[in-house]
Design a protein around this ligand. Sequence first.
Ligand SMILES: Nc1ncnc2c1ncn2[C@@H]1O[C@H](COP(=O)(O)OP(=O)(O)OP(=O)(O)O)[C@@H](O)[C@H]1O
Ligand SMILES: [Mg+2]
Length: 270
Amino acid sequence: MIRVENLVKTYGSTVACNRLNCRFDAKKVTVILGGSGSGKTTLLRQITGLEKPDSGSVFFDDMDLTRASKKDLYKKRKKMGMLFQGSALFNYLNIFENIAFPLREHTRIAENVIKNIVTMKLEMVGLRGNEHLMPSQLSGGMMKRVGLARAIVMDPKVIFYDEPTSGLDPISTGVIGKLIRDLNVKLDITTVVVSHDIASSFKIADKIIILYFGDIIAQGTVDQIKNSTDERVQQFITGSPEGPIPFTRTDTNYVEALLADTDKSMEKMS
Ligand SMILES: Nc1ncnc2c1ncn2[C@@H]1O[C@H](COP(=O)(O)OP(=O)(O)OP(=O)(O)O)[C@@H](O)[C@H]1O
Ligand SMILES: [Mg+2]
């Protein structure tokens, strides 16, 4: 369904995606795992056509999004649903209007039909009857579920979730995970999830891709990942502080430049 070939995306000297090659199979759940700053959101932004890569291709239904016209890209993007990192609900709109928003933007569907669609999507995420609430009145888990209902409101062929469980308690995490899996089956859609939650990813994934500072260091089924002999993969999935992955990767040149700059300023002052 989606094929990424030699994808490169840099921001200044940061290589966020370093010649990535991977596939997201139709109707399956693929989870992109990786630590903070490993390039997960960047990869998602390239495969959804929100951003253009420096080089490489992203094929969606065999059309290269990186070379598609604006019109074609827009058409393809209508087939995609997105749950952004942090839900991205409109604070000034109630739940109903948040979910109805894409329908109002992209279609001319009659009001009574919009009402039915929104009610149905809310039912699917277990929030029917809460239409009137404002985002500020929702718990984190509810916000994610509203974001999820909005992501599926246009009946997408593919749905992308960026950190759907971050900041949630273990039970809400389980609920969202189950919901993602159920929707994948019920709606028969291709699902791409970005996460750093190992346990819930293992529960819902058909395939896992692990990113590490812009590189794919492993991809395969849950069992293949569990049996990987790559030390970085093992350290990541066991969450061990000991191993080849440093606690943080600091830019020593940058720190040295800052120190030199501070020294200079101190000299001037004294
Ligand atoms: N718009 C941008 N401008 C500059 N640098 C960026 C931009 N977006 C991402 N980066 C950098 O690219 C790298 C990858 O970032 P990205 O947001 O893809 O990570 P992530 O895996 O989604 O992390 P997290 O789990 O914290 O969300 C980081 O070093 C980040 O600072
Ligand atoms: Mg991110």
